[in-house]
Design a protein. Structure first.
Length: 132
């Protein structure tokens, strides 16, 4: 398969997912310490603080749509539906998710929701490309 612009955006999104795992984990470790991180984590764990909680929720939010995005990008390519709709859609999704992360981390309301909608619109565009 060729490394299309859509696949490049998918690869960047996968890198973003790894960054989110690391950032959320680092924030949680900063709260509970390296002994907790290295330990078996048996027993009760205190609820996350503001930053760690936001980062964990942002990560979960990405993971809700990432399988859909990956499947749509791969399906569009296999079906020969790569084009302007998938190009724009993958870029909207990736950059929406990229901008969403710090907005969520810093607790910025409304704009965060609008940016999420931009990413969702990008996902819908890639899915729509399968039918046009």
């Amino acid at each position: 398969m060729d490394m299309t612009p859509e696949f490049i955006m998918l690869a960047f999104t996968l890198i973003l997912a790894i960054v989110q795992i690391g950032w959320a984990g680092a924030a949680r470790t900063a709260e509970l310490g390296p002994k907790w991180n290295a330990g078996p984590r048996d027993g009760e764990t205190p609820p996350p603080g503001k930053l760690a909680g936001r980062l964990m929720r942002a990560q979960a939010n990405l993971f809700e749509t990432l399988p859909l995005f990956a499947a749509a990008v791969i399906m569009a390519h296999i079906a020969g539906k790569d084009g302007q709709l998938t190009f724009i859609g993958t870029h909207l999704y990736f950059f929406g998710r990229l901008i969403y992360l710090p907005l969520y981390a810093f607790g910025i309301p409304y704009v965060r929701s609008l940016v999420w909608l931009v990413a969702l619109a990008g996902l819908v565009m890639v899915i729509a490309a399968l039918f046009v």
